[in-house]
Design a protein around this ligand. Structure first.
Ligand code: ADP
Ligand code: MG
Length: 710
């Protein structure tokens, strides 16, 4: 090596060292003030990578400012204006503040009002220049103007930050403009990140390389660029997710599943012992799963069936067949209440065949044998499971390695939307000590549109129960708007109770801090007891009650001792009280359609006519989408609508699954999803161990470890 080259080499190393790496701590960014450092502590990002993965919520386009004189009505605009005056205006309502301002630019002036933001008087004063973003409307009292628009000081920094300014989701006391500056700084000091996707894939997808994508996201030159950048990051998320599922699936296939022999005579005896005839769809679902379990390839089957379509008996029959083959089955529900209810159902269905059953939840350990119920100590429960050849019912704690039966051949997970898809896979894959992978049946009442099953669930096999058992009464759904609507609902509840029926009332959480719904439920019960339903016996269930208290409340309601049960959405899944004919949902506009449809399924479980009442506020437009539920009781149609309105994340339970896997991807990225599917298939087909794709392998391994830790 010549001296010159050596010098150049050392120089380069030094230079490179001074550049930021992807996993450097945020504090390595040069020229941070001590204020910046303090502020960054409250940011939800530890290293540079996480900082740059803060995806803006939207962008303010300061490159295309409107003139006050030409602002169209009802269209989003941004203006730059000077504050001529700003003051608090009197109002006649208590605890209600109104700030009014007049702002102007060279072309004219316009009014601005802000409701309930008294602190603005400290932040803004006459003479300040600000950007205002929002829509101008015609307001009944104040005339043409902005109402509670977003604003931003038009100081040098905002302007210097470029014409299109990202608006980040903020946490703690982070300030928008400081964060913008710091992210730009980080970007300029960053050693361009290595792209985990090769040239070939990038060409195929026509997406920008990773370094450009981050520039497009955080320092865009046009709005078009921002979308290009977002799409690239979204594709990365979707592709990683699908690759993780696919490689997990592949490993499961390689490990192999325990085979479950089919005893046709026993199957006939079992169906003959049922109190009803299985519907055609139920039979088909059982048959497909039986076929799957005959082989050593782990079954991954999704059983979709609307609420009340009769999924439990399918699970029960499969569990019985597994027991017959000499192995164990586990049926898991998302909550203790539901697990107990399943245990009661299964107990009845399995008793004629002398199949023992154990129930294991955080509050109960019970063994059922030939109709008897016996309490178990923790060590007895462990023993029962360790012996094998048992049917266990419980929550997903059942699957934790070391507690699952050693011969677990079938895991059934009910109401799968409460678990993340990847989470479920990792749970099941690791359940057995001997490395074999149990068959998995997930059951959901949330119908998942076909486009999504294909693209997002890997290659799950799907069984659908479309036809409901015959003899079900109709459920009439009504959107009840405002006080008149609510009065109608109370009258109907009174009437139904006088006919001997019962009612659920579900209330939304009042505020963020009320996670368990204590306040929401207690306040509602007080209100109802004082006024609208004061002659009725009202019970309640919320998250802070002990398990014994919950059981008591549910028991009172199921036994008819209370007329009305006020609850949070804990009653959403599975609870079966056939005598309940009214489901009143308060604040219905705050729920997704699929969730409302689930709640609706709590009634209509007997031959009595039932009602689902959706109480919504009178505010313009909020109740509009609810009318879908008046028009249809087909869960698939509801799910399609929900997909349009709220997104795939909600349907697939991705948002509930701990770490948000999807930050950039959006529900309507169907084309990106399809592309990710094709490419992930291709990669896994040609390079199953990802040996030729070391960077991809590294990323997927990381992702799978994360979902493991959840
Ligand atoms: P879900 O699919 O919502 O879990 P369930 O399994 O709880 O529904 O079934 C709802 C009700 O329908 C139960 O009371 C069950 O006994 C009953 N049921 C299930 N299958 C049939 C059938 N084929 N005929 C009549 N009733 C049925
Ligand atoms: Mg169910």
């Amino acid at each position: 090596m010549s001296a010159q080259m050596a010098f150049a080499f050392v120089f380069l190393r030094l230079y490179a060292k001074s550049m930021l790496r992807w996993d450097d701590p945020i504090s390595y960014i040069h020229s941070l003030s001590s204020y910046d450092r303090k502020m960054l502590k409250s940011l939800d990002a530890a290293d540079i990578g996480e900082l740059l993965n803060l995806i803006p919520r939207r962008y303010d386009d300061y490159s295309n400012l409107a003139k006050i004189a030409d602002i169209p009505l009802n269209e989003p605009v941004t203006i730059k204006a000077k504050i001529d005056e700003i003051k608090q205006a009197p109002t006649f309502r208590r605890r209600f503040t109104l700030i009014r301002a007049k702002v102007s630019d060279a072309s004219g002036s316009i009014g601005v009002t802000w409701f309930n933001q008294p602190w603005l008087l400290k932040q803004l004063k006459a003479g300040d220049e600000i950007f205002i973003s929002g829509a101008v409307t015609m307001r009944p009292r104040f005339g043409k103007g902005f109402t509670s628009p977003l604003w931003e000081p038009a100081d040098a920094e905002t302007v210097a930050a470029g014409n299109i300014a990202p608006v980040y989701p903020l946490t703690g006391n982070v300030k928008q403009k400081n964060l913008r500056r710091i992210i730009r700084q980080a970007l300029s000091e960053l050693e361009p990140p290595e792209d985990w996707l090769d040239e070939n894939i990038r060409r195929q997808t026509e997406l920008p390389d990773l370094a450009s994508a981050y520039r497009h996201i955080h320092a865009p030159e046009s709005l078009g660029q921002t979308e290009q950048g977002r799409r690239r990051l979204a594709f990365d998320e979707l592709l990683s997710y699908q690759l993780a599922l696919r490689t997990a699936r592949q490993e499961a296939d390689a490990a192999g599943a325990p085979q479950v022999a089919f005893d046709e005579n026993f199957a006939k005896k079992f169906t003959a012992s049922l109190p009803f005839e299985l519907t055609v769809d139920q039979k088909k679902a059982v048959w497909s799963a039986v076929q799957d379990m005959l082989t050593a390839r782990p079954m991954r089957r999704l059983l979709q069936g609307d609420v009340g379509s009769g999924k439990t008996v399918v699970a029960a029959m499969l569990a019985a067949l597994v027991h017959r083959s000499g192995q164990s089955a586990a049926i898991m529900a998302p909550t203790d209440i539901l697990a107990k209810q399943h245990a009661q159902t299964l107990r009845r269905l399995l008793a004629p065949h002398h199949i023992p059953l154990v129930l294991l939840t955080s509050s109960a350990r019970l063994a059922y044998q030939n109709g008897d119920e016996r309490k178990l100590t923790p060590s007895e429960a462990r023993e029962v499971l360790a012996q094998g050849r048992t049917v266990a019912v419980g929550t997903h704690a059942l699957l934790v390695r070391g507690s699952a039966p050693p011969d677990l051949a079938l895991a059934v997970i009910d109401e799968q939307h409460r678990f993340g898809v990847a989470q479920r896979e990792t749970l099941v894959v690791d359940a057995r000590e001997d490395g074999k992978v149990p068959h998995l049946l997930s059951m959901t009442a949330t119908p998942i549109p076909r486009s999504l099953t294909l693209t997002m669930l890997g290659d799950l096999d799907v069984s659908i129960i479309r036809t409901k058992p015959i003899g079900r009464a109709k459920i009439t759904t009504k959107v009840c708007v405002g006080d008149t609507g609510r009065q109608y609902a109370y009258d109907l509840i009174q009437e139904q109770v006088s006919l001997g029926r019962q009612a659920f009332i579900v209330c939304p959480l009042i505020d963020q801090s009320d996670k368990l719904g204590v306040k929401s439920v207690e306040e509602e019960v007080l209100r109802l007891r004082k006024g609208p339903l004061k002659d009725l016996k009202i019970g309640m269930v919320h998250g802070r009650l002990s398990n014994a208290e919950k059981d008591e409340a549910m028991g009172d309601f199921a036994g008819g001792a209370t007329h009305v049960l006020v609850a949070t959405t804990v009653v959403e899944v599975g609870v079966d009280v056939p005598n309940a004919t009214v489901m009143l949902i308060e604040g219905a506009e705050r729920f997704g359609l699929a969730q409302l449809h689930q709640l609706r399924g709590r009634v209509g479980r007997s031959s009595h006519e039932s009602f689902c009442l959706l109480a919504a506020s009178e505010d313009a437009g909020v109740a509009d989408r609810l009318f879908v539920l008046e028009r249809t009781d087909d869960g698939f149609k509801v799910a399609e609508e929900d997909l349009k309105i709220r997104g795939a994340g909600n349907i697939l339970g991705l948002q509930q699954s701990g770490a948000p896997l999807f930050k950039a991807a959006r529900p309507d990225d169907l084309e990106l999803m399809a592309m990710a599917r094709e490419i992930s298939q291709e990669i896994v087909r040609t390079d199953p161990d990802l040996h030729q794709h070391p960077k991809i392998k590294q990323r997927i391994d990381g992702l799978r470890q994360t979902s493991h830790r959840e």
